[in-house]
Design a binder for this molecule. Structure first.
Ligand code: FPP
Length: 240
């Protein structure tokens, strides 16, 4: 393993917060901020790929976002359709495999079909896994996993729950980034972030560029991940 491979997180997860404020500061509708957020996501996915990150998971629409004003909710649904049509062909060319993570039954048939198409098109790609959490909540995920196990009559253990969760296809995130200056988890990856490193940025999501990503990765590289062990134990393991 090269020196840089040790410090680049395998899996980065991001709460992309601050689109609304970015737009409000420019006296523009919140949806303009979300559109800019899609640009920022494209830029960030590319930067992750270039730096050797293998999995990027983003929080695009939470189970609780349905409670936003009706026009913002329908605008976000529409934006998803537009973003799929515009971004997926390029992401596919770049070798990105897209997964949508979240509850689909309450989405429109059109959106559901778009998600399934994007997943099918990119299923063979291997350069970066992009998980887009859409109508997702960490509590929903744990509950649906437990319900699936119960329905199959399987015992509920840490290992079986882990396998039934919506992100079972990737390892847990090494680094969770939240932009927009708030310091909370907001029902994102409650199970999977148990031992993740957290990084909070004051930048609003549309402003989060490659340099900001590099700062987050540099901060991550300084952390000592102990997974419940002591520092001395970890240092001992690291010794030649
Ligand atoms: C949080 O900012 C952001 C969201 C709720 C949506 C994030 C969506 C994107 C970046 C676009 C990609 C998503 C789709 C649907 C294609 P906020 O609105 O809470 O900002 P604020 O805290 O400044 O109000």
């Amino acid at each position: 393993m090269s020196a840089s491979a040790k410090v680049v997180p395998h899996h980065i997860a991001i709460v992309m917060d601050g689109n609304g404020r970015w737009a409000a500061r420019r006296f523009m509708p919140r949806l303009v901020g979300h559109k800019q957020g899609v640009e920022s996501l494209r830029r960030c996915a590319r930067a992750c790929q270039q730096r050797g990150v293998r999995v990027l998971t983003v929080f695009a629409f939470s189970s609780e976002n349905w409670n936003r004003p009706q026009d913002e909710v329908s605008g976000l649904m529409e934006l998803m359709g537009v973003a799929l049509a515009r971004e997926v062909p390029d992401l596919h060319k770049e070798g990105v495999r897209i997964h949508f993570v979240g509850e689909r039954a309450s989405l429109s048939e059109k959106v559901r079909a778009g998600l399934a198409q994007a997943e099918a098109l990119t299923a063979g790609n291997t350069s970066l896994v992009l998980n887009v959490c859409f109508n997702y909540g960490g509590r929903w995920d744990v509950a649906q996993a437990a319900a699936a196990l119960a329905a199959r009559g399987e015992a509920i253990t840490e290992a079986s729950l882990d396998r039934a969760l919506a992100l079972a296809h990737v390892p847990d995130p090494d680094l969770v980034i939240r932009t927009g200056g708030e310091m909370r988890i907001s029902n994102f990856l409650l199970w999977q972030a148990a031992y993740s490193e957290f990084y909070f940025s004051d930048k609003l999501w549309p402003e989060f560029d490659a340099a900001a990503l590099d700062q987050a990765i540099a901060a991550y590289a300084q952390r000592e991940r102990r997974f419940g062990q002591t520092s001395a134990q970890i240092q001992g393991q690291a010794a030649p």
